[in-house]
Design a protein around this ligand. Sequence first.
Ligand code: ADP
Length: 203
Amino acid sequence: MNTPWILGLTGGIGSGKSAAAQHFIDLGVHLVDADHAARWVVEPGRPALARIVERFGPQVLQADGQLDRAALRQLIFQDQQQRRWLESLLHPLIGEEIRNYLERAESPYAILVSPLLIESGQTAMTKRVLVVDAPEELQRQRTMARDQVSAAQVEAILKAQAARDERLRHADDVLLNDRDPAWLRSEVERLHRFYLTLRGGQP
Ligand code: ADP
């Protein structure tokens, strides 16, 4: 069997990435989420967790031995050097985790879902980029309804992410998710039919 080509799926917070990803899964497409891979590499028993504890001490562990993300975030919050150390430890491991997972994918193409696909350089792993896009006002409304966060918190996240036009510049395909859920589903189906016609991500 040919190895599947990789589609990168990204979009700003609240754009509808996860909802779109779920529709692709329902269509039988194999998919890995970069946020999940980032959690797997620090699970108890994995070498990265031991290195983190070595550096920051047992205060970054919860009672059950899992990484205490909030405690770690607090420690690196205003310490650029520590943050860089952590990034240089985790970045390659997350990439490896994603690659291992995608190598086992068996659908004609497979998807890497990543909120920071473009910012993190993970596009190097993909043949094609699909951006789920929505007007910022809709992103705000959907995120606040989903996460019960304040307008200020959403604003801070929006600012930290790549600007909309920067993301769109990297897009091969754009799914404009500005209508109802049925529209989103039909757009995913349309794109899926198109992707099945591609060889190696190219027409
Ligand atoms: P992301 O993963 O990009 O942050 P989600 O897929 O979680 O975004 O979508 C954000 C919220 O908006 C979710 O609660 C989702 O169910 C809802 N949502 C997504 N697309 C639509 C749509 N077309 N119409 C209505 N609600 C939507």
